[in-house]
Every structure is written in structure tokens, then in C-alpha cells.
Design a protein around this ligand. Structure first.
Ligand code: GAP
Length: 462
């Protein structure tokens, strides 16, 4: 059989597959939906968990110099005053006086090929051409109140980044773990931003998960560590099978740098709408620790015993959205190939070429048909494999359709139980998603064979 790749990634195909197969659903759909808000279905939750697990493993389990943390979403409002978010976490909002649509001024300028900070350009509404209002700064933090009475005394914000939860626990972690600089604190959790223009599916939403790590270094060593983390984070995506040609790094120029940053570089991904930020790596100086010390009165300097001196460590921060990473991985894995004409019509196989450590289902177990002899045997095989891998048992519809369904959800291997299995050889076939080749193996060797094949497809975790 000859195959021909006809990959053409367009977002409508991705969004439709995501809904059809249970990756991502529009949120509150039965009530007409709530714009740009998404729920993860049975496969999406596995995909996102696998992404987070891969990140946590590379940051925390595989290293001696990083520990984990899970801080609160609602923190003292003082945190956001000290960090500068209360005053400065804003986007420039422009509004159309006719249709009342709102836009981010910097996004409109970028679309015109102008610097995001340009001030001398008359912007028109992309919808009706009317002159847009002058920009006003809009704070992205969601406000709420703690306790039953709503007044300014009990106003709080939902955290817009997980990073500050790490800075305010810097001393707690040092005391509890006796970690020595250089070391890092990693955290995964929800963040909230009242984005003016959310969109592009799960790329930019108002509620999302971040995976952030603050790496504390001796002042003067920050440039070396900044380079190290840019390279390390770039490699992480390659190790998860993201194609090199769809990834690049982009250093920020001076005008883009946040007030606290000495340098920042984005890892960008070539999404269907163009190159966009996937992850940011920032050199944050000692801004956060010194500000929290100043505002809280609590000493947050590190005592370097070797040098016999106190200092605020400098910070290098790789910060990645779990949803955005899952989207890049989903888009990158999407493929279509023509597997030749069938019944006079071109036959297209849609598949997700997920890396085996990320695939929501790593092995599917399929009886050839829903037969009284095959089903119990297939369930027995499934029970063995489910302890070792992410698995699925499926006996609905024809075997051909089930293979196609597993291809479409990105399952690397399918194990099929047929009549020979139960009548003659106690063996099963393993079908490979990418090559569609099948090998026959004794059930006694199945777990080892599955492990070997997944490793052959790039797994380092099975
Ligand atoms: N602590 C630094 C920080 O939060 P950021 O560049 O604003 O930096 C880091 O966010 C990462 O979080 C981004 O690179 C992106 O992957 C993700 N992210 C930010 N805003 C997001 C949003 N509205 N929706 C989804 N992901 C988002």
C-alpha cells in the first residue's frame, strides 16, 4: 500500500476533532456557551495530565535542584500590590464607537506590522472601519470578595500568575528544605486573566493552567542560567516529539520587556495562524524578592554560607501554559494521509502522531469481534496491560473502524485478540499506528513487547 501525506492543519479541523473525539468541549454548551471557555473531555484531560506530568518529571523528579509547591489561588491583596500587578498588569484597550467591539491596541498594531508600542497610528475598527477610541489601560486581574460582605476591605484578586505564590514562600521553602542557591521552585496551577480578546481555541483563555518555575541564582550568574534554561526548555518540546521546524526562540527587544525583566525570550510555535508565544523565559533580577521584602517587612535575603554574605538571589523563570502546550502538541501531531483509493474513492486516514509518553491512550485492546470467546480473553489481556500503560478496551463496530478511531485519537499501539488467540496459539497481534505494520506475539511476552515498541516510538517513561 502506498501512503501520501496531505497534512493541512486548519483550526476548524482541530476544533471539530477535539469535540467529536472528546478532547475539548465548548463550556456551558447546553446554556448556549460562554465565549472562549472550554472543558476538557475524557481524552483531553488525559492529554493535559500527561503534559503536566512530563513537565513535572523534567523539572522536579529528574533533578536534585528543584522542589515543588502548590500555593493558593486567593492570596493577600498585598502580594499583587508588591508585585506591581495591581498597578501595572494592564493591556491597552481600544473600543469602536459604532459597533462597541473591543480590541487590544498592541495586537492591532502588530497585525499592521507596527511595533506594539507605536503611538502615532490612527487605528480603525477591523469590522466597520470606524475610528477607534484612544487606548485606556485595562487591568486584567479578576476581582472578588472574601466573606459575605462586599466592600473594599475584603476585596481580593484571583491570581493572574502562579509565580508570586512561589516568591512569597521563598523563605518557607529554604527553611524546610535547606536548599542552596542555585535552586528552583516549580508550580502547576490555575491562573486567571480577564483577557480583552481571548481566542484561537485554548490558546488564549481567561482561565488557564500555568507551569512555572522560579530558579534562584547568585547575582552575576543569571546570564549563564538564562541561556541554560532557554536551551533546556526548547529541548523539552523536541523530546516530546514537537517538530523542530515548528519551533523557534525569539528574544524580546528592549521595548517589550516587563518592568522587572533584564531579558526575556519566547519559545514560539508555528500555530495555524502564524508564529506565537508558547513559553516565556524571563530573567527577572531580584525584583520580586526585594519588593516582597520591602512590602511585607519579612527578610527574604538568602544567606550564602560559602561567601558569608546576604543577598537577594536573581531569578530565571521559564513559564508555560499547560493548555497552550497541549494545543501545540495536538496541532503538531495532526496528520492526514491518503491510503489509496477504496471503492473508487480516495481514502483519507486522519491520525494524531502523539509521542507515546503524551498519548491519552498508549495501548488499545480490541477483540476482533464481539464474540463470546474473544471478549473475555480480550478483557483479560486488557486487565494485564492497564496496570502498566494508559489503555482502552473497545469492542464496538468493525475492527477497521476501530483502528481508524484509535488512529484519530493518537493511540500508538492496538492489540488485537482473534480466533487463533483462543483456539490455537495464545498470541495476539500488535498494530503500529505510524507504520500500520502488525506483529504477532505470545500473550506471555505482550507487556515486554508493548514496552519495547513504545520505546521504539520515542518513549522514555514506560
Ligand atoms: N509569570 C510570568 C508569566 O505569567 P506570561 O508570559 O504572562 O508570563 C506565561 O505567561 C505563559 O502562560 C505564556 O507563555 C502562555 O503559555 C501562558 N498563558 C499566558 N496567558 C494565557 C492565556 N490567557 N491563556 C492561555 N495561556 C496563557
Amino acid at each position: 500500500m502506498t501512503t501520501r501525506h496531505i497534512k493541512e492543519v486548519d483550526m476548524t479541523k482541530i476544533v471539530s476533532l477535539a469535540k467529536r473525539r472528546g478532547f475539548v468541549f465548548p463550556s456551558s454548551e447546553i446554556y448556549g456557551g460562554i465565549g472562549s471557555t472550554w472543558d476538557y473531555g475524557p481524552l483531553g484531560v488525559e492529554l493535559k495530565r500527561a503534559v503536566k506530568e512530563a513537565w513535572w518529571r523534567s523539572m522536579v523528579y529528574d533533578r536534585d535542584d528543584i522542589v515543588g509547591l502548590d500555593s493558593a489561588i486567593i492570596q493577600s491583596p498585598e502580594v499583587w500590590i508588591a508585585s506591581g500587578h495591581a498597578e501595572g498588569f494592564t493591556d491597552p484597550l481600544v473600543e469602536c464607537p459604532t459597533c462597541h467591539k473591543r480590541y487590544r491596541e498592541d495586537h492591532l498594531l502588530e497585525a499592521l506590522g507596527q511595533p506594539a508600542t507605536a503611538t502615532d497610528i490612527d487605528l480603525k475598527c477591523p469590522d466597520d472601519g470606524a475610528q477607534l477610541s484612544a487606548p485606556r489601560l485595562f487591568n486584567l486581574m479578576f476581582e472578588t470578595h472574601v466573606g459575605p460582605v462586599q466592600d473594599t476591605a475584603n476585596k481580593v484578586w484571583l491570581r493572574p500568575e502562579t509565580a508570586q505564590g512561589i516568591f512569597i514562600n521563598f523563605d518557607n521553602v529554604i527553611v524546610a528544605t535547606r536548599k542552596k542557591v542555585p535552586f528552583g521552585i516549580a508550580q502547576i496551577g490555575k491562573s486567571f486573566r480577564n483577557e480583552i480578546t481571548p481566542g484561537n481555541f485554548i490558546f488564549r483563555t481567561r482561565e488557564f493552567e500555568q507551569m512555572e518555575m522560579e530558579f534562584f541564582v547568585k547575582p552575576g550568574e543569571e546570564d549563564e542560567w538564562y541561556d541554560y534554561w532557554i536551551k533546556t526548555r526548547f529541548q523539552w518540546f523536541l523530546d516530546l516529539g514537537v517538530r523542530a521546524e515548528n519551533l523557534r526562540t525569539r528574544p524580546h527587544d528592549e521595548s517589550e520587556l516587563a518592568h522587572y525583566a533584564k531579558g526575556a525570550t519566547d519559545v514560539e510555535y508555528l500555530f495555524p495562524w502564524g508564529w506565537s508565544e508558547l513559553e516565556g523565559i524571563a530573567s527577572r533580577t531580584d525584583f520580586d524578592l526585594s519588593r516582597h521584602e520591602e512590602h511585607s517587612g519579612k527578610k527574604l535575603q538568602y544567606f550564602d554560607q560559602e561567601e558569608n554574605e546576604h543577598y537577594w538571589p536573581y531569578v530565571i523563570e521559564p513559564a508555560l501554559g499547560a493548555d497552550r502546550a497541549a494545543l501545540a502538541i495536538l496541532v503538531d501531531a495532526y496528520d492526514e494521509e491518503s491510503v489509496g483509493p477504496e471503492g473508487g474513492k480516495e481514502d483519507i486516514r486522519v491520525l494524531l502522531r502523539f509521542h507515546p509518553d503524551i498519548a491519552p491512550v498508549q495501548v488499545a485492546v480490541l477483540p476482533l469481534s464481539r464474540n463470546d470467546k474473544l471478549v473475555p480473553k480480550a478483557k483479560e489481556v486488557h486487565d494485564t496491560l492497564r496496570r502498566l500503560f494508559r489503555t482502552q478496551y473497545d469492542d464496538a463496530q468493525s475492527i477497521g473502524r476501530r483502528y481508524r478511531r484509535q488512529d484519530e485519537i493518537g493511540t500508538p499501539l492496538c492489540v488485537t485478540v482473534d480466533f487463533e488467540t483462543v483456539e490455537t496459539d495464545d498470541s495476539v497481534t500488535i498494530r503500529n499506528r505510524d507504520t500500520m505494520t502488525q506483529i504477532r506475539v505470545p500473550i506471555a511476552d505482550l507487556a515486554d513487547q508493548v514496552r519495547e515498541q513504545l520505546r521504539g516510538m520515542g518513549s522514555t517513561r514506560v
